[in-house]
Design a protein around this ligand. Sequence first.
Ligand code: S3P
Length: 438
Amino acid sequence: MPRPRRFLPAGPLRGRVRVPGDKSISHRALMLSALAVGESRITGLLEGEDVLATAAAMRAMGAQVERSGEGVWRVHGVGVGGLLQPERALDMGNSGTSTRLLMGLIASHPITATFIGDASLSKRPMGRVIEPLSLMGADFTSSPGGTLPLMLRGASPAVPIEYCLPVASAQVKSAILLAGLNTAGITTVIEPVPTRDHSERMLSGFGAELTVEVDAAGIRTIRIRGEAELQPQTIVVPGDPSSAAFFIVAGLIVPGSELTIENVGLNPTRAGLIAVLRAMGGSIEEVNPREVGGEPVADLLVKHSALKGIAIDPAIAPSMIDEFPILFVAAALAQGRTVTSGLDELRVKESDRLSTMAAALIAAGARVTETEDGLVIDGTGGEPLEGGGPIATHLDHRIAMSMAVAGLASYHGVEVDDTRPIATSFPDFEALLDGLAG
Ligand code: S3P
């Protein structure tokens, strides 16, 4: 049953909040630990449904994956090449990252696996990974349009490829690199537009032979040598900037707010939203910068700010690809017009985030025009939105959280049709928000 909720206007947000572990890093930590020989220990793991789907899949393929405390997990790996045939279909739930990265891992193992998922995931395109992994020798039987349910027969032996990414996608890049782990020789991915580099960092950390070359035009060439041997690690997962984003924008748009968000990962391939919000006039200060688990991290001090609309350069999109829904909320409260373009990829996320957010913001009283590849938003200049709903979130956690934040800066509140998907990435979101607003 859907769980609707009206998010009511709130007074100043004050105090401190600590966001959960990074989702991208959590998936990779489990997968690589499951492929190392011996026991890895992970702390700060995100215990959201998406990551738990990855944990269950690694268990189903022979790894010992155990929770020993809040965010603390032990994984006993099977070694590269050691994954076992899963007995049942792998249920990926809502998680595109689990699906695409695991397709990569399995593609170079001599096993067959079936992938299933929820209604949202079952609409998402898998052709982008099927194509390169087929070139490596894997065999796929997918549902029409290259979607789930899908059956994958891994190649043994797989053949190394050199592949230039036709879409800016860290998931596609990572799928190929993970397939390269159990492929003799050098697997090469060419990335014309940089995307999040957690896979590269963590593969190197686990001892894989991986190199990254960047040419004068910024094109990245990533090479991995297989068959790799991974050494177990102790991993500390930093806080997720994509989860912090909701509190950053809430602090900026709710008058009188002053909020510290602790332990936020600031990897430059993820930090686009902060640069854009600062360019809009947002006051976001980095306090106590440090390194956690090989990633840059800081606490963020956010103060309510008068935001101005801007034109956003599409080149920054990959470094804030999951943050557009909440950026659109910030734009709806800014002074003047915000123009975004080049965002076709948003149409194939957990929902079509351009049409879903246009409809959601209009229902909440914002002025929004949807274009082919972006939104144009005329902000209120700080005046609260009228409010309204129910908002159709289409099984998309980030739409639900974005519109919850919009409700805080509205006259009558915003009703979200279903809050359940929030648990895919941020199970404590509502409790943390209520704690600050209360
Ligand atoms: C992710 C990559 C991005 C992002 C997703 C997580 C990852 O997807 O939207 O939430 O962990 O590699 P794409 O690679 O499809 O852009």
